[in-house]
Design a protein around this ligand. Structure first.
Ligand code: PEP
Ligand code: MN
Length: 334
């Protein structure tokens, strides 16, 4: 349920209403927009009388919200969420590119790639240190050492770093990480999501291989219910009957997510297609579809990459893609 307050309602009036909602066992999400304050009520609202609320002179209207996600819902929070990460904003018209290798492989590799993608216009550096691999015999990531190399690359370039967590037991190692990624395979690891809700770190939440948009939003809700509102949603392709690409990029998820939620939406055309030469067209399409950012895998030597070489573009290709991204942004006015 949401209660839209009349313009001119004082802070004291709002606070006393919130206190009353608390006595009813409800949590209250406050959204202060430019013109209106909206109170989102979370919990069992079945005993809250709409008529009673409408009788209060500070209330303009009351609406029941049937969507299962509340904190992530645009109805609770009409304005786009803008997340500031190390001075770089994402969401609400602010666009960012996250680029880097699938896996951190060495100090030289990550720092070298960081410098080149930064020069091409990426503000964020990605690189996996803990890798969720289909095969237990495949490269599993450099783990703590990989995180150290990422930190060094951050120090050298000033780029905030984005890297995946697989197990909450490793959280202490993520102190210097700016954005914690939850991979597709962990999108419904609810214990992990709940714990991340108690951190103050922005979370990049990737859509699961076989998950619906509502399920993605419910996973965001797990994080937000713990008090962490800094969630970035990521569409990275879903599994369909098609085999020509690694996954099928569900681009329509972008406008749908932007309509349903106020959270920033990023598209990962690398995992979505699995093919380096398809990354450019899908990256451009994602920008045109209204994405708030892109995550692109870049490797200095794709044929010898320790993971996801087939979908990794070279730094030169990335530079050319980044230029076209700018052009598309100019055309669509974002
Ligand atoms: C990755 O970003 O390298 C990754 C493993 O992504 P996903 O979880 O989307 O497969
Ligand atoms: Mn990868």
């Amino acid at each position: 349920m949401i209660a839209i307050l009349k313009q001119g309602t004082t802070k004291e009036q709002i606070d006393s209403l919130i206190t009353w909602f608390h006595t009813q066992g409800l949590e209250v999400h406050v959204s202060e927009g430019k013109f209106q304050t909206i109170l989102g009520l979370i919990g069992d609202v079945s005993n809250v009388s709409t008529d009673l609320l409408m009788g209060l002179d500070i209330i303009e209207s009351v609406r029941k919200i049937s969507d299962p996600f509340k904190n992530a819902n645009r109805k609770f929070h009409p304005d786009d969420t803008v997340i500031d990460i190390g001075g770089y904003k994402i969401g609400g018209g602010a666009f960012q590119i996250i680029a880097g290798p699938c896996s951190v492989e060495s100090r030289e590799q990550i720092t070298g790639i960081a410098k080149s993608v930064k020069e091409s216009g990426a503000n964020f550096l990605r690189g996996g240190a803990f890798k969720p691999r289909t095969s237990p015999y495949a490269f599993q990531g450099l783990k703590a050492e990989g995180l150290e190399y990422l930190s060094e690359a951050k120090k050298e370039t000033g780029m905030p770093i984005v890297t995946e967590i697989m197990n909450i037991n490793t959280l202490d190692l993520f102190e210097d990480v700016d954005v914690i990624q939850v991979g597709a395979r962990n999108m419904q690891n609810f214990d992990l999501l709940r714990e991340l809700g108690h951190t103050g770190k922005p979370i990049l939440l990737k859509r699961g291989l076989a998950n619906t948009i509502t399920e993605l939003l419910m996973s965001a809700e797990y994080i937000m219910a713990g008090g962490n509102e800094k969630v970035i949603l990521c569409e990275r392709g879903i599994r369909t009957f098609e085999t020509a690409t690694r996954n099928t990029l569900d681009l329509s998820a972008v406008p749908v997510l932007k309509e349903l939620s106020h959270l920033p939406v990023v598209v990962d055309p690398s995992h979505a297609t699995g093919v380096a030469r398809y990354v450019r067209p899908m990256a451009l399409a994602a920008v045109a579809a209204g994405a708030d950012g892109l995550m692109i895998e870049v490797h200095n030597d794709p044929p010898h990459a320790l993971s996801d070489g087939a979908q990794s573009v070279t730094p030169e290709e990335f530079s050319s893609i980044a230029k076209q991204i700018l052009e598309v942004r100019e055309v669509i006015g974002r």
